[in-house]
Write a protein of this length. Structure first.
Length: 510
């Protein structure tokens, strides 16, 4: 979503709000910034010459990357859902808990810079790292998007022989009449491809932290067959699947497959608590679990790039330039659980964890956070009855995002791609996008763990990991074939009205 940081045409907003889905055009000639607090989506049609002074920062979530100076933009404004006006009003008036800093889900560069200046002028900043924390992490996991593609071949294209082996594995699994929860290396055998997939697992865990497997001919298969192929290949990369919801169609279940798709066109905006179910930008974050696998069933008509950024590189830069923020990230935060865990409704835990080198592995740093846990999103605002975050925490959230953005690698999702990402060493984000009737972005997701190569889980994250991986049984696993909103990502209206969105939450992401 792109909105203006100033009041840019009140009559235009009134017209658009009172006449849902009406299209209007406006030209902006001043700085713009993305704000969560609005119910409209804006698509960039053209870019003209810029009359603004050089040095202004322009941010967009379209497929057109932001320039270092402001552009005059022809923008098409259109209402995404009938509840847009209500959502915009509610978001604009929302302040979160008493004392909550000026911070929204979508980071604002100007607000970030002003906060830096204000804190430097009014606070005594501790310029040292926490005891024992490294000045710099030396590892292939610490990379930057500007150079990583020169050092690392991040994609693997399946050849014809491997595709034939995948077809044989699919036929073999279907011939056994087993449930999808029984998909494994044994029931989906890939004797030749297995070694390659284990090498990819090693890259994900201890190499550069990510790999994209390409070339699955998804149009050749049914939805269920694509899911079988996806889970089958993934089982050779990381053999344990985690639950993403506890209930399906009103019954207890280990829901291990989630859909990432825009559902805002036919769902009340107040029922949506995560950008995963909209066309909006998703800021840098981590999910729950060790490894995230995303399988592209369809690409957007425009936009929707995948962005990856090394959290180890983010750590290195902040440790060198702002060690006080490393200290802030390593202190306990009140993480909003959005009703998931019962009173008090939040979990105090750090966002950053240091693991010294030992017998089980090298020195590691793990950052685990989802920005919306501290800002809320659409129909799921940050709870008003839990402590507000501090100014230092607000600055740390922005510092993590903008540093990750600075070093990010942009990847285009092609239909048939499977992206494997180390969730413990990499942040991920998504650009805003536009669907059409024929091209609608659709990904499916697994949360994975590898029995052999997994990292140690920090003690403060163990209960969260247990909710994902604990006691997941093959017979109770569910792979929904159609998109729905996870309970952990459903808004207040969905929870209040008991909509069929799976009522028991698991873990917060995005």
């Amino acid at each position: 979503m792109v909105t203006c940081s100033q009041v840019w045409n009140s009559q235009l907003l009134v017209d658009a709000a009172t006449k849902p889905r009406r299209r209007s055009v406006a030209t902006l000639h001043h700085r713009i910034s993305p704000l969560e607090a609005c119910g409209w989506t804006i698509r960039i049609d053209t870019i003209k010459s810029c009359p603004s002074p050089a040095g202004a920062r322009c941010e967009t979530t379209s497929s057109l990357r932001a320039a270092n100076h402001c552009c005059g933009l022809h923008l098409t404004l259109y209402d995404t859902v009938d509840a847009s006006r209500e959502m915009a009003t509610a978001a604009a008036n929302r302040t979160g808990p008493p004392g909550q800093p000026d911070i929204a889900y979508t980071p604002n560069w100007d607000t970030y810079q002003e906060r830096i200046k204000r804190r430097q002028e009014t606070e005594k900043i501790n310029g040292t790292l926490p005891d024992g924390f490294p000045q710099k992490l030396e590892s292939s996991l610490a990379w930057t998007g500007a150079t990583v593609t020169d050092q690392y071949d991040w994609s693997y294209e399946l050849n014809q022989s491997e595709l034939e082996e995948i077809q044989e594995a699919l036929d073999y699994f279907k011939s056994q009449n087993k449930s999808l929860g029984e998909i494994s290396q044994l029931t989906f055998p890939l004797p030749k491809l297995h070694a390659r997939l284990r090498s990819i697992s090693a890259d994900v865990h201890n190499g550069h932290g990510f790999k994209v497997v390409r070339g699955i001919p998804i149009d050749k298969y049914t939805r269920e067959e694509n899911v079988i192929i996806y889970a089958g290949i993934a089982s050779h990369v990381a053999n344990i699947r985690g639950r993403q919801d506890h209930e399906h169609n009103g019954r207890p279940a280990d829901v291990v497959l989630a859909h990432v798709k825009d559902l805002s066109t036919h769902a009340d905006a107040r029922s949506i608590g995560s950008p995963a179910y909209t066309t909006e930008k998703q800021v840098f974050h981590t999910d729950a679990g060790d490894v995230i696998a995303l399988f592209a069933l369809a690409a957007a008509d425009e936009g929707g790039e995948s962005f990856l950024s090394s959290s180890w590189t983010v750590y290195n830069e902040l440790a060198a330039t702002r060690p006080d923020l490393i200290r802030t990230l390593a202190e306990p935060w009140d993480v909003d659980e959005f009703g998931k865990t019962g009173p008090p409704g939040y979990t105090p835990r750090p966002l950053l964890y240091h693991q010294p080198a030992g017998e089980k592995g090298p020195e590691r740093v793990i950052i685990q956070y989802a920005r919306r846990s501290f800002t809320g999103y659409w129909g799921l605002p940050r709870s008003a009855d839990i402590p507000a975050i501090t100014e230092a925490q607000a600055e740390a959230l922005d510092a993590v995002h903008f540093t990750a953005e600075k070093h990010a690698l942009a990847l285009e999702f092609r239909p048939g791609d499977i992206q494997f990402v180390n969730n413990l060493s990499i942040f991920h984000a998504r650009g805003g996008f536009r669907d059409s009737l024929k091209k609608q972005r659709h990904l499916i997701r697994l949360w994975l763990r590898d029995e052999e190569l997994h990292w140690d889980t920090p003690a403060a994250l163990q209960s969260r990991w247990d909710r994902v991986y604990g006691n997941v049984t093959a017979e109770n696993q569910v792979f929904p074939l159609e998109p729905s909103i996870r309970s952990a990502s459903s808004g207040i209206k969905a929870k209040k009205d008991a909509l069929p969105l799976s009522s028991a939450a698991v873990a917060i992401s995005a």
